[in-house]
Design a protein around this ligand. Structure first.
Ligand SMILES: [Cu+2]
Length: 270
């Protein structure tokens, strides 16, 4: 690890500590979480609520699950979900890459999971089917309609030879800033319409670029992401300027370089 990397990590930790501290002073009931309601449904007298840090969008999202009875939060034994998009006009349904909810480390009254939404609402209707086992072994199930906005954080590419589709998610930085950023992509494929496994055995090439107009432009310091498991590819990027940047990504699958995809986004001054 070079000095720049260490500095970036210390800065990132400092930002985290600062964020946590400022949440403490603004939200007494939730010392570490700053969540917004997405939707809630009531089943058999239990209110099941879905919350997140932001409105849901294509790409990766943290979903937080809360169960209430008579206005009090209760902690279930387990929650199992299955997100589903109904594409009515095309007469087909499909799921999306996701993990099952586990007790949230930030607040053990919540369950939490990651979901990558591969399409925005409008092309079809999203619902999350859930089955919850309560402490008294009672099982409640239902479905939670959700809205998913489109974002710049998700793209896909096809491997011509095999026909395999790869979904590439820009996972972090969530808000790119000038200076050192951890850079993480998630890669998933489609085994069937109901099964989107993580892909951890390919290689990735990236290239950040800022177009300065008039045919000139420049890149910046970066470290190529490498697989760290669970479909994650981790590197870093050190933006030299704020403004509009692109990062092109190429996947290398079995010695074939797939067509380049491009993420375009804005980098803020810190
Ligand atoms: Cu769809």
């Amino acid at each position: 690890m070079n000095k720049l990397n260490i500095f970036g990590r210390i800065t990132a930790m400092a930002v985290l500590v600062f964020t946590a501290t400022s949440c403490n002073t603004t939200n007494d009931s939730d010392p570490t979480l700053d969540l917004m309601p997405i939707n809630s449904v009531t089943v058999d007298g239990y209110t099941v609520s879905l919350e997140s840090d932001n409105e849901l969008e294509t790409g990766s999202n943290d979903l937080y699950w809360k169960i209430e009875q008579d206005g009090n939060m209760i902690t279930p034994q387990s929650i199992t979900i299955n997100p589903m998009m109904d594409m009515v006009e095309m007469n087909m349904m499909h799921s999306t890459p996701f993990e099952q909810p586990q007790t949230a480390e930030e607040d053990d009254r919540y369950f939490k999971n990651m979901a990558v939404f591969i399409m925005p609402s409008g092309m079809g209707n999203w619902t999350v089917n859930f089955e919850i086992t309560l402490q008294n072994d009672e099982v409640i199930s239902g479905e939670m309609p959700i809205e998913v906005n489109s974002s710049w954080r998700l793209t896909s590419v096809q491997h011509e030879q095999s026909g395999d589709v790869y979904f590439i998610t820009w996972h972090s930085p969530n808000k790119p800033v000038v200076g050192e950023n951890d850079l993480t992509f998630l890669v998933h494929t489609r085994a069937s319409m109901m099964n989107f496994p993580a892909v951890s055995d390919i290689e990735m090439d990236v290239y950040p670029y800022m177009d300065m107009g008039g045919g000139s432009g420049h890149s910046t310091d970066y470290a190529t992401p490498t697989a760290t498991g669970n479909g994650a590819y981790e590197g870093s990027i050190n933006y030299s300027m704020s403004g509009t940047w692109t990062t092109s990504v190429e996947l290398i699958v079995e010695n074939d370089t797939l067509p380049e995809v491009v993420f375009e986004y804005s980098v803020q001054a810190e």
